[in-house]
Ligand binder design. Structure first.
Ligand code: IMP
Ligand code: MG
Length: 174
């Protein structure tokens, strides 16, 4: 599906190859641990689905719904939990699965919130990272791709809740 209003930044083949690498690395690192994947809704749902299927270790899967106030293309850092985890994470090896880390404000809030729940370990995998826009440094333990300062859509990422089902990472050209 190539759309005339989008340019492809990362195609499907490249996404799947990199996610297979991340899956292999995470499987090695979490062997013998109690892995709890926590996907951040809505943006991470497609990445999480592919990442989870590339793992060779057991895991549980849960979701945390977040919405950030303010403009649709920038982060205010004021984040609201719209839907909480369905189970406690105390004592678990939690891996937060995020679509993109832009300013870092959302992830800083999340890590502070989740760490109060006393997981045994708490790490982050993000498909994308936009370092040009960093406002606060957050640890990204596993990173798919570093991208330039484009507003990107597809593969779960939205613009006004649209484009999430586009199977590649693209950016709008008009
Ligand atoms: P941060 O708090 O600025 O790091 O922003 C994180 C959240 O903003 C992500 O989880 C996305 O939902 C959204 N976001 C940031 N950049 C983009 C983008 O380029 N496209 C779509 N959503 C984005
Ligand atoms: Mg979003």
């Amino acid at each position: 599906m190539q759309r005339s209003d989008l340019d492809i930044l990362i195609d499907e083949k490249t996404l799947h190859a990199r996610i297979a690498e991340l899956g292999a690395q995470i499987s090695r690192d979490y062997a013998g641990k109690d892995l709890a994947l926590v996907g951040i809704l809505k943006g991470s749902f497609i990445f999480l689905a592919d990442l989870a299927r590339s793992l060779t270790v057991e895991c549980t899967i849960d979701f945390l719904g977040l919405s950030s106030y303010g403009h649709s293309t920038t982060s205010s850092g004021v984040v609201q939990i719209t839907s909480d985890l369905s189970a406690p994470i105390e004592g678990r090896d939690v891996l937060v699965v995020e679509d993109i880390i832009d300013t870092g404000l959302t992830m800083r809030y999340l890590l502070e919130n989740l760490s109060t729940r006393k997981p045994r370990s708490l790490k982050v995998v993000s498909l994308l990272h936009k370092p040009a826009r960093t406002k606060v440094e957050v640890p990204i333990d596993y990173k798919g791709f570093t991208i330039d300062d484009h507003f990107v859509i597809g593969y779960g990422l939205d613009y006004g809740d649209r484009y999430r089902n586009v199977p590649y990472i693209g950016h709008k050209v008009r």
